[in-house]
Design a protein around this ligand. Structure first.
Ligand SMILES: NC(=O)c1ccc[n+]([C@@H]2O[C@H](COP(=O)([O-])OP(=O)(O)OC[C@H]3O[C@@H](n4cnc5c(N)ncnc54)[C@H](O)[C@@H]3O)[C@@H](O)[C@H]2O)c1
Length: 396
């Protein structure tokens, strides 16, 4: 098992390993015990737990977790919600908070987010506002949640006016990341999470990027020259150490970045590489065509094109980055209007002082925030990805 310390204002550990969910009560005891002296010794008061999860995840992991935590002496409540982004909204939030009151949860109670990024953001935000903040533990079960959303303390919900517009920074007591849970993750969700791993390689770690290239070299491609989500998932699971090392490598990078810039004043913004384009793609297609990571993967191709067009990225590095990004089969950009993308990006909540700022690459493993990018270059970058017929041959 790997344990990575996140040096946030409230530091916490991310514990990563295969099968570690079986020892969950121990992680809880160690961490919650440190936070609350009332925990742990036999016969003593133990905090109530509220396990928040969705139907898909519950089907595989809820019973086991309830059994294990009850056997360890915790008082356990559960809140089960339907899966999907619509959970991150006002009604389910108030329904969960009301349920917590009725179950008698107090400030020293602990909300356990068992699920993907939606559950983590939703349950974490509930924990952050319940009685001005109760305990919170992340148990991420999607690849995206394990490598990205469970680390860094951002929690929140959406408004009808836009995504993640209400939220807070709220550190979990601990993050327990069992890579075995990824065995039941749907294949497209695996690709979606992998996109964030590729992002870490591109922005900060050339050796991680090289390891990813190596991991998929020679994997069977379809007639379109790309890897199907099924092949990607099989490849990630067939080698027990590969997945663990990708998750650990990603969490290490995210924790370094968050430790240096928790409130996103500078460095943390580089984690948005590909996201400005990606968010616009998601919004223009009504959040129906792409999973988040799929849109980010396409957005990273556009950001690579923009980096090259802006003179920051050399041709060979552009080819290498696109050669790898292009091997994944994700929904196409067909029919997307580049000017509409630009207009949508102008409404992105991450723009500053009225001007769009893009995270661009100087090379593989090196990203920078570039202000004042030429809008026509942005349009051309979208068109270059949208209109390219065949994937570049660089990777194959
Ligand atoms: N807080 C942050 O820093 C941060 C960062 C990135 C993304 N996010 C948020 O994360 C969310 C996306 O997260 P996601 O991609 O994990 O989506 P998700 O939570 O919707 O999970 C994806 C799907 O997989 C299912 N699932 C999850 N784990 C499973 C498992 N082990 N077995 C079977 N099914 C499983 C879920 O039920 C869901 O249907 C978005 O709301 C996004 O805004 C937050």
């Amino acid at each position: 098992m790997e344990r990575i310390r996140v040096q946030a204002a409230q530091p916490y550990d991310v514990c990563i390993g295969s099968g570690i969910l079986e020892e969950f009560p121990e992680f809880l005891r160690v961490r919650a015990g440190a936070a609350s002296p009332a925990v742990g010794s036999s016969g003593a008061y133990t905090p109530a737990l509220m396990i928040v999860t969705d139907g898909n995840v519950a089907a595989h992991y809820l019973k086991g977790l309830v059994r294990a935590t009850e056997a360890a002496g915790f008082r356990v409540h559960t809140a089960l919600f339907p899966p999907g982004e619509s959970l991150k909204s006002e009604r389910p939030l108030f329904s969960l908070l009301g349920c917590m009151v009725r179950k008698g949860l107090a400030r020293d109670s602990i909300v356990i987010a068992l699920g993907g990024g939606v559950i983590g953001d939703f349950a974490g935000f509930a924990a952050s506002v319940y009685m001005r903040g109760c305990g919170f533990v992340q148990v991420p079960t999607s690849l995206l949640a394990q490598v990205d959303s469970s680390v860094g303390g951002k929690v929140g919900i959406n408004l009808r006016e836009g995504k993640n517009l209400v939220g807070s920074f709220y550190s979990p007591l601990t993050v327990v990341c069992d890579t075995d849970t990824l065995k039941t993750l749907p294949e497209r969700e695996m690709v979606s999470g992998l996109a964030e791993v590729v992002k870490y390689g591109l922005i900060r770690d050339a050796s991680l990027f090289g390891a990813l290239e190596g991991a998929f070299r020679g994997s069977p491609v379809g007639r379109d020259g790309r890897l199907s989500p099924q092949v990607v998932k099989e490849r990630l699971l067939e080698d027990g150490t590969l997945l663990g090392s990708l998750v650990t490598g990603s969490v290490r990078i995210k924790s370094e970045v968050v430790g240096a810039d928790e409130r996103e004043a500078g460095l943390r913004m580089t984690l948005n590489f590909g996201h400005t384009f990606g968010h616009a793609l998601e919004q223009l297609t009504g959040y129906r065509r792409y999973l988040h990571g799929e849109a980010v993967l396409l957005g990273m191709k556009m950001a690579v094109e923009l980096s090259a067009a802006s003179g920051m990225l050399q041709a060979a590095e552009r080819e290498r980055a696109l050669g790898f990004l292009d091997i994944f089969r994700v929904p196409s950009v067909k029919g997307i209007d580049a000017a509409a993308m630009l207009a949508q990006m102008g409404r992105d909540k991450k723009k500053k002082a009225g001007s769009l700022r893009f995270v661009l690459l100087r090379g593989i493993g090196a990203a920078e925030i570039a202000p004042g990018v030429d809008p026509s270059a942005v349009i051309e970058s979208v068109e270059a990805v949208r209109d390219r017929r065949a994937p570049p041959a660089a990777h194959r």
